[in-house]
Every structure is written in structure tokens, then in C-alpha cells.
Design a binder for this molecule. Structure first.
Ligand code: ATP
Length: 767
């Protein structure tokens, strides 16, 4: 019986000889990589040099261009750490790396397995209890193209002894690849973890669950890393499906997106759209900040009704009858006419802008009838009334009359989401009309705001308004139709030329075996191919299109999304194939969630699956001990992630006199002389006071801005203020405490929050 708890043994082998052997293999792989690169490069150059030709030839060139460019990006991304592992099974060895390489001269045998391929999986899963057929797992570490170390783990000790590679049962090898990665100084950008993915993470990355997969895990458990590697895995495994529809990754803020921005390119994937919720509405960037409370209100479902009413409020009745002149007759647009027209348009249940033509028709019809009645009444002896055709003509003329159309249009104006929302915040009367019954005056006052620009919490409201308003794109569709007809005509022209240039000697006795261009493709197919090559990349097109539906959506820090944000997101993923990673103990946004079922229930009922990550790879156990105290206060039921390592630095707290906070923090920073990054995490009101301390390696920010990030060293300023700053202040403190990979200190003038308990005194660098 294999021992369930046994860890794989890292045993000493003749490392120099093994390293030399791997060096030879890795050198051979780099030679192959260079060949592949040269081939793609040459092909690309040739494609770029060609010009002109038939539409089909152009279109083919364009797809080759794309293919070779992608290949080159993939090879470049694989340059560092091309081959990082090997597994030995009974009858074969498999080298694992960042791309797959085949031996073209030898029956296309696999020389290097892409880490995402099913056959590579045992590299991540094998344990002594379940070795998956693996006898030995080898980590190969290199710098540039030189192999610097090999680390072996023997999963089947007996087999290792039998093979004579074990020098003794206690010959445990040095630091494993994982600990080396975890202890490395941080650069300010996240690295991929492809060399050391752990089994519980692998299960998430390769999960075949086709609905919503929720990955709950404490700080530092690798949720972000797993989410990104899952994107790469899905694109590899479902390439065809996802290449067209795209993958969307949502992160909490721009700094975070910048922090993770290099991971997917380093895995050779460039076609994924990374966005925050605030930037997801096309054409709008979140540039304004809401107060915590305003954010909470804007994120609540009550806003659906507020916005519905805000739109209805724009469907106006005239205060007093409007006099209009037409053909020397005076007409009256009164409440009765408008009320009836409004009723008809509303009962169509179409969005506002799409219901507008119904409103306009109804008013014009009433005005034309009014005119007909007036003219009829003027006919002496009650002569004949106007015919139906006459009235139809009058309607048409009225539609051409700018004054009439302006008066009618003003009562049901064409609206954009942006103008409705800006007016709602800027005009108290509009907000009262829309929200008078739903939000009390104090709450409405929280939302009041003038000037242009939107906040992150506005984006889902704009999206909701876009649904309520609808876009009248009839004109754009007609233009597109015209463009398309022209493209088909052009393609037909090209085919005609090809037909005309068919060799004459074939004309007489046309050989049915010889295929001509027009046998293979018709004009509309050709036009479609031509159209495809003019398009932008999937990610670019998706970003510009509000109604785009993605193939897969990944949300990081998913606990932060408000109910309105979920509505926005769900519109973009009707198939509900999503991966959500988050930690409800870290929720800082007041509109965020504390229970997954509450937010997901309305969209997928019970059809979502929860998985948990349980090991903290970031925060050393010394710091986690402190963080646990805070977590206990937030929610004693929450499971605590287990720290995988110690750093040897005890967290400290230093109480300083008022007025010496900045100099105290500066002294700590002066003591941070090694490589790596430092964060000074401060309450919002102190940002200006500490701003001067920021530098290339020192981030000075609120906890919100540090969400999802990590630093070698963290100094928290005035933790009590952070707790008191928000109803979710304890969660914020928990986030702040868990950002460090090595050292943590606190500088305070007010007493520490009770939840922290006793923390040893002065900073090691200050003492
Ligand atoms: N298997 C692994 N191998 C190497 N490093 C890992 C592994 N898993 C996680 N890490 C590292 O641990 C750190 C924390 O990972 P990550 O940021 O993904 O955690 P998280 O769960 O998203 O954290 P938080 O919720 O606190 O933001 C990162 O530096 C990541 O690279």
C-alpha cells in the first residue's frame, strides 16, 4: 500500500553527469527551436514581399502572415526555460516544455511535450501515493540556454534503487524548484508558474467543467496564477472554438492588469482581452472615483428600477399644448395626443430608441388627422373629407418638416447611455424623478455629481442603460448591406478575370480533372475570406463591441464584483462557461459578495462548482499567524490556507509619536537594501502625506490599489485607520497583511486594532 502522506523523495544522483546529459538534450532542442524560428521567419518575409494578385491569393497571404507571426511570438516566448522538466515512465522518458517540438526527420516523434498536452499531465500530478506511472520526475533549471541544475524526485523508491540511481535513503536533494521560485525576489511583474504547478492547481487549470467553476482560496494560494494558466490551457485545448469568440479576463484594477500582463505572452498567448469592469463598456474609461457608499448604491440591484424610471422620465408629456404651424394651418400637440402615442410606444415593449419610431408615427398620424379634420371642417357645405391617400401624403410631408419633427422628437428623444447617466447624476430633479420612491434623499445626495467622466461603478449602469435604450442601427445595417453587396461584386469580378484567363487549349476540351479557382470558391465565399483578413484581431473586435459574446470568461478577485457588474458580465457570456477566482474573506468593495450562491444563483441556479485551493505559496507562516487572527474576526468559519514556508522574519509593529510617521517609514525603506519590491500601504486620507516615498521599487498606495499584488516587504501605516475606514475594513487589513513574500511591519500612532493582538515591538531595521 502506498503511503498517502509520503512526499516524493528528492534523492541525490550523479548530478553533474545528469546535468551534462540534459544540457546535450536541451542544446539539441534549442537547435530545433532555432530552425523552426528561421523557417517561420523566412516564410513570413516571403509573404510580406509578395504583393498584388487575386483576392484569394491576398487573403491566403494574410492568413499565412498571421500564422507565421503567431509562431514567431510563440517561439520567442519559449526561449527562456524552453524545457523545464522530464518524467521517466517504465518504458519512456518525456521532456516537458513551453512548446511542443516534433522530430520531423523521425516519424514526427515528440522531442518536447507542450506542458498543456494530456501526456504532460503526470508531471504535475504524480505523487508517491498515486505515481501515475511516473518513476522519476525531474526539474531542469536553466539560465539562458545553459542548464544550471537538475532536481530529481523519485516516486517509486524501489524502482530507483533497482536502477541503481539512489545513493542512500537520506540523500535528499537541495532546495526544490518550487521553493526556489517562491523565495526569489519580486520584480513588480508576475511570472508564470508553468514549471511548478501543483496538483490541486492543475486540477483547476485542466478542469473540464463546462459551466461556472468557482475557485475559492485564501491569499497567495495561486488563484491568479491558476486563472491565467487556465486561459492558456483552454486556448490550447479548445483553440478552434475560442480563437473566434475570444477569452475575456477581468481583473480588479489597471495596476493589477499591468502586474499580470506578461504572464500570458510568456506562455505564447496574446489573443486574450484583459479588462477591468470599469473599462468594459466600449469607448468609456473609468476616470473618476466613487465614495465607498456611492459605489455600494450604484452596485445594488435597486439601480435597475432607477434606470428604468430615468429612461421613462425622458418620455415626456408637454406641460402645455404645443402650437405648430403646417401649410398655414395651426395644429396643437396636446397631452392627450402625446399620452396616447406614448402608451402605444411603451406597450410595444421595445427599448426606448427602438420604440421611438412608434411614438413618432402615432403623433404624426394624430396631427395629420387633426389637419384633415380642420380642412374638412373648412369645406363649405360639409364637402368631402380627404381620402386615405391624401392623409398618407400629409403624413409624409409632415415627416419632412423640421419644425414638426423637432417638436415631436423632443418629447421622446433619441438618447445615449452616457447622456442619460450624466444627466441623472448632475440634475437632482431628474434623480428625484427616477429614484424618488427608491432611494432616500441622503442616498440620492451620495450619487449627485457634476462634470464629465465616469467611475468604475458607472460602467455596469451604462451597460444596463444600453439595454434599456437599444441602439437604432438601421442606418448602419443598411450601410453594411451595401458594403457587402459591393464586396461580392468585386469578388465576382476577380473570379471572372480568372475564368477569362483560363488557358485556351483547355477551353475546347475542358479537362474535368483540372480544378479552376471558380470550382473551388464562389463570389460570396471569396468576399467572406476577403472580409476576414481585413478584420482586427478577435480581442480588438470584442473590446469594441458591447454585444460581443465570449467563448470563456475568467474573473479574478471575483468577490469584488457588484450585482450590477455581474449582470453586465453575464450578458457577455450566454453559455455561462466561466472560471471565477476569489476569496470572500478579502472582499473590500461594499457592493462585493460574501457568498457565491447569492451572486451566481440568479444566473445558473445550483449549476456551479466550487473548488478550493488550500496552500499559501506567498505569505510566510510568521505573517500568516498574524493574518489568521484577523481572519478569525472576519469569519471564524473560513478555512485557513496553509503556508508552505517560513521566511525567518517576524512581523513587527512600531508605535511612533505623531509627526514622525513618515520619517519612521523612510527609515524602514532605507534599511531595505536588497533586491525586490516594497509596498507602503496607507489609509486613503494619508496618500498625499506619504506620496514622496514612492520610487521605482516602492509602491505607496491604499490597500485597494494593492489588491492581488505582492511585494518582498510591506509596511502598513495606521492599521486602525484602515479598519475604521470602511465597514469592510477588517477585510482590507487582511488583504494588506497578506501581500508580503518576506517581511511585514506596521508603523502607527494610534493603538493597533484589537484583532491583531500583541505584535512584537520595533522594526528590526530601526533597532
Ligand atoms: N505552483 C506554484 N509555483 C510557483 N509559484 C507559485 C505557485 N503557485 C503560486 N505561486 C506564486 O505564489 C504567489 C501568489 O500567487 P497568486 O497571486 O496567484 O495568489 P492569489 O491566490 O491570487 O492571491 P491573492 O488572493 O492574495 O491575491 C505568486 O507569486 C505566484 O507566482
Amino acid at each position: 500500500m502506498p503511503d498517502e502522506n509520503a512526499s516524493p523523495l528528492e534523492l541525490a544522483v550523479d548530478l553533474d553527469a545528469e546535468r551534462e546529459r540534459e544540457q546535450q538534450y536541451v542544446t539539441m532542442l534549442y537547435t530545433r527551436l532555432d530552425n523552426l524560428r528561421r523557417y517561420a521567419d523566412e516564410r513570413l518575409r516571403r509573404v510580406l514581399l509578395e504583393s498584388g494578385g487575386t483576392p484569394q491569393a491576398r487573403s491566403e497571404r494574410e492568413s499565412f502572415n498571421q500564422m507565421y507571426t503567431d509562431d514567431l511570438a510563440k517561439y520567442d516566448a519559449a526561449e527562456n526555460g524552453l524545457c523545464f522538466g522530464r518524467i521517466d515512465l517504465d518504458d519512456e522518458s518525456r521532456h516537458i516544455g513551453r512548446v511542443g517540438i516534433l522530430d520531423e526527420e523521425n516519424d514526427y516523434e515528440t522531442l518536447l511535450l507542450d506542458w498543456r498536452a494530456p501526456l504532460a499531465r503526470p508531471f504535475y500530478l504524480a505523487t508517491p501515493a498515486a505515481p501515475e506511472g511516473v518513476n522519476r520526475r525531474r526539474h531542469i533549471r536553466s539560465r539562458s540556454r545553459t542548464v544550471t541544475a537538475v532536481n530529481d524526485e523519485f516516486l517509486d523508491l524501489d524502482a530507483a534503487r533497482a536502477a541503481g540511481v539512489v545513493t542512500g535513503s537520506d540523500g535528499v536533494a537541495g532546495e526544490s524548484a518550487l521553493l526556489a521560485a517562491l523565495n526569489a525576489a519580486r520584480t513588480g511583474h508576475m511570472n508564470d508558474i508553468v514549471e511548478t504547478i501543483q496538483a490541486e492547481q492543475d486540477a483547476v487549470i485542466r478542469s473540464d467543467h463546462k459551466s461556472v467553476l468557482v475557485v475559492q482560496g485564501g491569499p497567495g494560494t495561486g488563484k491568479t496564477a491558476v486563472a491565467l494558466h487556465r486561459a492558456a490551457y483552454l486556448l490550447y485545448t479548445y483553440r478552434k472554438q475560442l480563437e473566434k469568440s475570444g477569452v475575456l479576463i477581468i481583473g480588479p484594477n489597471a495596476t493589477f492588469l499591468d502586474y499580470i500582463g506578461q504572464v500570458l505572452p510568456s506562455l505564447g498567448e496574446t489573443g486574450v482581452l484583459l479588462s477591468t469592469i470599469g473599462d468594459l463598456y466600449p469607448g468609456v474609461r473609468a476616470t473618476r472615483e466613487d465614495s465607498l457608499e456611492a459605489g455600494r448604491v450604484k452596485g445594488s440591484l435597486a439601480m435597475i428600477e432607477v434606470l428604468t424610471q430615468a429612461v421613462r422620465d425622458r418620455q415626456e408629456l408637454p406641460g402645455r399644448p404645443v402650437r405648430l404651424e403646417f401649410d398655414n394651418y395651426e395644429l396643437t400637440l396636446d397631452r392627450k395626443v402625446v399620452t396616447r402615442a406614448r402608451g402605444r410606444a411603451r406597450s410595444s415593449r421595445r427599448p426606448h430608441n427602438l420604440a421611438r419610431p412608434i411614438f413618432v408615427s402615432s403623433v404624426i398620424e394624430a396631427l395629420a388627422q387633426q389637419l384633415a379634420d380642420t380642412m374638412g371642417a373648412n369645406v363649405v357645405d360639409g364637402g368631402s373629407l380627404l381620402s386615405r391617400d391624401d392623409i398618407a401624403d400629409i403624413r409624409d410631408e409632415m415627416r419632412q418638416d423640421p419644425a414638426i419633427m423637432a417638436a415631436v422628437g423632443a418629447l421622446w428623444p433619441e438618447l445615449s447611455p452616457q447622456e442619460v447617466l450624466l444627466d441623472l447624476w448632475a440634475q437632482p430633479a431628474r434623480l428625484e424623478a427616477a429614484a424618488g420612491n427608491l432611494l432616500d434623499p441622503d442616498t440620492r445626495a451620495l450619487l449627485a455629481r457634476t462634470g464629465p467622466g465616469f467611475s468604475a461603478a458607472d460602467a455596469p449602469l451604462l451597460d444596463e442603460l444600453a439595454e434599456l435604450l437599444g441602439i437604432d442601427d438601421t442606418a448602419e445595417q443598411e450601410r453594411a448591406q451595401r458594403r457587402w453587396r459591393q464586396q461580392i461584386a468585386d469578388a465576382q469580378g476577380a473570379l471572372d478575370i480568372l475564368t477569362g484567363s483560363a488557358p485556351q487549349d483547355l477551353e475546347d476540351e475542358l479537362d474535368p480533372e483540372i480544378l479552376m479557382a471558380y470550382d473551388l470558391v464562389d463570389a460570396s465565399q471569396l468576399a467572406r475570406r476577403q472580409d476576414a483578413h481585413q478584420r482586427r484581431s478577435t480581442a480588438e473586435r470584442a473590446a469594441a463591441d458591447r454585444t460581443w459574446t465570449y467563448g470563456h470568461v475568467i474573473v479574478d478577485e471575483a468577490q469584488e464584483l457588484s450585482e450590477m457588474a455581474w449582470r453586465m458580465l453575464m450578458r457577455r457570456i450566454p453559455n455561462r462557461w466561466m472560471t471565477l477566482v476569489g476569496d470572500t474573506a478579502q472582499t473590500g468593495d461594499l457592493a462585493g459578495t460574501s457568498a457565491w450562491q447569492t451572486v451566481l444563483g440568479p444566473y445558473v441556479a445550483q449549476r456551479w462548482k466550487l473548488t478550493e485551493l488550500t496552500v499559501n505559496y506567498r505569505t510566510p507562516s510568521e505573517i500568516m499567524e498574524l493574518a489568521h487572527r484577523v481572519l478569525d474576526e472576519i469569519d471564524p468559519e473560513q478555512s485557513v490556507p496553509r503556508s508552505i514556508r517560513e521566511s525567518g522574519f517576524a512581523p513587527w509593529a512600531s508605535e511612533v509619536p505623531a509627526g514622525e510617521r513618515v520619517s519612521a517609514v523612510r527609515a524602514v525603506l532605507d534599511g531595505e537594501t536588497g533586491p525586490g519590491t516594497v509596498a507602503v500601504l496607507i489609509p486613503g486620507p494619508l496618500v498625499a502625506e506619504f506620496a514622496d516615498l514612492a520610487s521605482e521599487t516602492v509602491q505607496v498606495s491604499t490597500v485597494r490599489e494593492a489588491k492581488g499584488l505582492e511585494f518582498d516587504s510591506v509596511v502598513i501605516v495606521e492599521p486602525r485607520d484602515i479598519v475604521e475606514e470602511s465597514p469592510r475594513g477588517l477585510n482590507d487589513l487582511y488583504v494588506a497583511l497578506t501581500r508580503a513574500t518576506q517581511r511585514l511591519g506596521m508603523v502607527h500612532t494610534r493603538p493597533l486594532p484589537e484583532a491583531l493582538g500583541a505584535v512584537p515591538g520595533a522594526s528590526p531595521t530601526a533597532s
